[in-house]
Design a protein around this ligand. Structure first.
Ligand SMILES: Nc1ncnc2c1ncn2[C@@H]1O[C@H](COP(=O)(O)OP(=O)(O)O)[C@@H](O)[C@H]1O
Ligand SMILES: [Mg+2]
Length: 301
């Protein structure tokens, strides 16, 4: 049996009468990069905050490395790394001062403290910029500094809440390279994102929609579970074409606007029905896969 780093049982959080997270059962193996995907407001941060012992569940329970998220929140905080959506840096402190502040919080001292700080400065590519004010760093540098602050104490598990929001593509790639390295060394990483392309970086995924975990598995398992042939139709008016499609009552499984194009899911035998449009058969992206799970969930629910 694989050892689990994170396990939850019917984990639930209400805000008043609103159900932000609804009876979620997560199982994240040790050493895994687990991507938690969902659109804005779907309950990602609320889940992460419960797992990190920052927010009490309304009902249900969870365990992080054998620690109870409701009862052992102090021990959990000492044993995890957490990088919030807002990066939690002190903008009026320098790079070095931010790292020193977090080192103090994790009770690092002496040579060990100096060594870890130097290691993080190198990791973040911030050598030579130690005395710059954090406020003056651009998004990618801030992001890597925030990561450095979150992993100074070498936590065995790391929670990253939308770490790549507002960061340029090159920095996003650099960031993922660091995450791969950490996972290769045995760190468990749970990362939330609404960038579906980043899902391909993960070993396992969970899709969350309106507080419900609607699918989970490896990227390939999630793709393979969908049936049908996906086609893309180029058009200058995707919304108009979608309306036309919906009005035509063709027996397609699904049709939706995808960027500036229309994506249509049909059964192989029905492809002929699309003859009058210039369509192209394509492989589904993770975004397509996500849309399908959300649609299936809506139909069932
Ligand atoms: N402290 C709070 N009080 C009331 N509602 C909240 C609070 N925190 C989050 N919510 C609501 O719960 C839902 C899920 O929020 P969140 O977990 O932040 O979503 P995500 O991180 O996926 O964007 C949203 O509708 C949000 O408005
Ligand atoms: Mg969030």
């Amino acid at each position: 049996m694989t050892e689990l780093a994170v396990e939850t049982w019917q984990l639930t959080r209400h805000f008043g009468s609103f159900v932000a997270v609804n009876a979620i059962n997560l199982r994240i193996p040790k050493g895994c990069i687990y991507g938690f995907l969902g659109s804005n407001g779907s309950g990602k941060s609320t889940t992460i905050r419960m797992l990190c012992g920052i927010l009490q569940p309304t009902s249900g329970s969870g365990s992080i490395l054998g620690l109870d998220i409701a009862k052992d929140s102090e021990a959990i905080k000492a044993n995890i790394g957490y990088m919030s959506q807002k990066f939690s840096l002190y903008h009026d402190l320098t790079v070095l001062e931010n790292l020193e502040f977090y080192a103090g919080m994790y009770q690092l001292s002496g040579q060990q403290k100096q060594d870890r700080i130097a290691e993080m400065i190198a990791m973040a590519g911030l050598r030579g910029r130690e005395n710059e004010l954090t406020v003056n760093l651009s998004g990618g540098w801030k992001q890597r500094l925030a990561l450095g602050c979150a992993i100074l104490h070498r936590p065995p598990i790391l929670f990253l809440d939308e770490p790549t929001g507002g960061v340029d593509p090159k920095s996003r790639r650099m960031f993922w390279d660091i995450i791969y390295d950490m996972a290769a060394q045995g760190t468990t990483v749970m990362v939330t994102t609404h960038f579906m392309d980043e899902a391909e970086h993960c070993d396992q995924l969970g899709f969350i929609h309106q507080g419900n975990l609607i699918a989970s598995g490896t990227p390939n398992e999630l793709k393979a579970a969908l049936t049908g042939t996906l086609v893309e139709i180029a058009t200058t008016d995707p919304i108009g074409l979608l309306n036309e499609f919906q009005g035509s009552h063709l027996p397609v499984q699904d049709a939706y606007v995808y960027g500036t194009k229309l994506h249509v899911l049909v059964e192989q035998e029905q492809l002929a029905l699309l003859e009058r449009w210039p369509y192209q058969i394509i492989a589904p992206t993770m975004e397509d896969v996500f849309v399908q799970y959300v649609q299936n969930n809506r139909r069932e629910g």
